[in-house]
Design a binder for this molecule. Structure first.
Ligand code: AMP
Length: 410
């Protein structure tokens, strides 16, 4: 199947070609035509499946056709895309700019934490598509700068995240202001009852599209776990990074302060690292992300919320420095690699206190993660299926020594 089979107009096909997209992903194959046929969509898909393009491409096309048919010159906000984080909002904006580069549609991305001045000016100048996080949108609506009365297309992206992040009431307030006659597209990686209810409220006879359920980790991602005690994790990470084939590594920590501390330690060890988390200013987060994307920074240490929606082409390695206590988070995290069919490596450090988290993760993904032992840069053991008990050691040297002894015995 090619994009040409999806009834797309020439300027969009051209843009996709320029992006280097050859084959539509599963969610794109299943959603684009129904959206072009004005159907509502209930999409169960996580990030990394190509869902952003699945909804932006047909909306751009419908909007363009509508503008041409009406020969309209004025711009009203006709599309609203609601997403939970600033990073996701920015990425959706980048996707619209990329796929719509040969169309004459105007979009704007708004989020909190920055001055509203420039955002309000752009709205006054007229836009067709608004990408927003819920808080800032409500704020500008309440101040009278934004009206949703002309919305024809509404997208709710990452609905389950909205719930996790406590935005669900804001989302409901926004939905209440939408015109009744509209097309709605709803995306969520998981469907807990509260999210299903919201979908029922929002959608009319939706086409249900489901790809890669949350419990299945992408086949292309090679996973491995190191059993390593907390105090030894830093040393092991620095050791792993001696492997120059790891060009970029996204590291997850549970806490903001741990992300900062780890990035400082890595820099002290001569490894270019930066941290992103919710306490950092929007500018600092964007700079860190840009530097990571352009490979000025080799390691990006992130907490889950900050990392949500990080979209980096060809991110080859992800490391869970600490395992998440919510198993679904593991699937989200490792989904940062192996995107859109590329291969990836996801490593995890698991201390004795984290063993129960590992069990929950393995239960969710319905497979056991192979255990890896680090034996130095040049002598890494191949992945082995977990059958042996973890090595309990107080320091990294002992871990290595024991592993080397084991190899010698074999
Ligand atoms: P998403 O799931 O929307 O976060 O997209 C994941 C990544 O896949 C992004 O980097 C997209 O640019 C990329 N992508 C989306 N669709 C395709 C496609 N059909 N071919 C290649 N890459 C794609």
């Amino acid at each position: 199947m090619s994009f040409k089979n999806l009834r797309l107009i020439e300027p969009i096909l051209k843009a996709l070609d320029e992006e280097g997209y050859e084959t539509p992903t599963q969610i794109q194959q299943k959603s684009i035509i129904p959206i072009l046929e004005h159907k509502d969509i209930l999409g169960c898909a996580q990030t990394g499946t190509g869902k952003t393009a699945a909804f932006t491409i047909p909306i751009l096309q419908l909007l363009q056709e509508q503008r041409e048919a009406n020969n309209s010159r004025t711009r009203n906000i006709e599309v609203l895309i609601l997403t939970p984080t600033r990073e996701l909002a920015i990425q959706i904006g980048e996707s619209i700019a990329a796929y719509g580069r040969h169309l004459r549609l105007k979009h704007l991305v708004i989020f909190g934490g920055v001055s509203q001045h420039a955002q309000v000016n752009s709205i006054r100048n007229g836009i067709d598509i608004l990408v927003a996080t819920p808080g800032r949108l409500l704020d500008l609506m309440q101040q009278g700068f934004i009206s949703l009365s002309n919305i024809k297309f509404f997208v709710l992206d990452e609905a389950d995240r909205m719930l996790d992040m406590g935005f669900i009431h804001d989302v409901k307030k926004i939905i209440a202001k939408l015109p009744v006659k509209r097309q709605s597209l709803f995306f969520s990686a998981t469907m807990p009852p509260e999210i299903s209810q919201l979908a029922d409220m929002l959608l009319k006879n939706p086409v249900k599209v489901e790809v890669t359920p949350i419990s299945s980790t992408a086949e292309m991602i090679q996973q491995a776990v190191y059993f390593i005690e907390k105090n030894d994790k830093q040393g092991l990470l620095i050791d792993i990074l001696k492997d120059r084939s790891i060009e970029s590594l996204l590291v997850f920590t549970q806490m903001k302060h741990a992300a900062d501390k780890l990035s400082k330690r890595l820099n002290a060890a001569g490894i270019n690292a930066a941290a992103i988390h919710g306490n950092k200013s929007q500018n600092a987060r964007q700079t860190a992300l840009e530097n990571f994307k352009s490979k000025k920074v080799r390691v990006l240490v992130a907490t889950d919320i900050a990392a949500r929606g990080i979209d980096i082409d060809q991110l080859s390695h992800v490391l869970n420095y600490e395992l998440p206590n919510v198993p679904e988070t593991y699937v989200h995290r490792i989904g940062r690699t192996g995107r859109a069919g590329a291969s990836g490596i996801a490593l995890s450090f698991c201390s004795s206190e984290e063993r129960s988290y590992l069990k929950d993760i393995e239960k969710l993904i319905k497979k056991s993660i192979p255990v890896k032992r680090w034996v130095g840069t040049q002598q890494e053991e191949p992945l082995v299926t977990k059958s042996t008990a973890p090595i309990k050691t107080n320091n990294l040297q002992t871990t290595k020594r024991l592993a080397i002894q084991k190899i010698n015995r074999v």
